[in-house]
Write a protein that binds this ligand. Structure first.
Ligand SMILES: [Zn+2]
Length: 75
């Protein structure tokens, strides 16, 4: 996997995704990603993006100000 910004090698890792929807903040921890070794750009694979969207959608319905979800525990 190569970084989309600078073209350097990106290594497998985990990150925390923070989505600020104004009324609520959704934090997803332990999201698998690729991280650039040069510029720290984070790259998600398509299936991770899809699952993240699902997690955010269901978190929205909870109407909590702050939701903290562990990616590995999300359905
Ligand atoms: Zn980069």
């Amino acid at each position: 996997m190569k970084c989309l910004s600078c073209g350097a090698a990106a290594e497998k890792g985990f990150t925390t995704s923070v989505t600020d929807l104004g009324k609520c903040l959704i934090i997803v921890r332990n999201v698998p990603c690729y991280k650039c070794t040069q510029c720290n750009e984070v790259i998600y694979t398509a299936d991770v993006v899809q699952k993240l969207e699902q997690i955010i959608e269901s978190a929205k319905k909870l109407m909590q100000q702050i939701s903290i979800i562990d990616y590995s525990e999300a359905a």
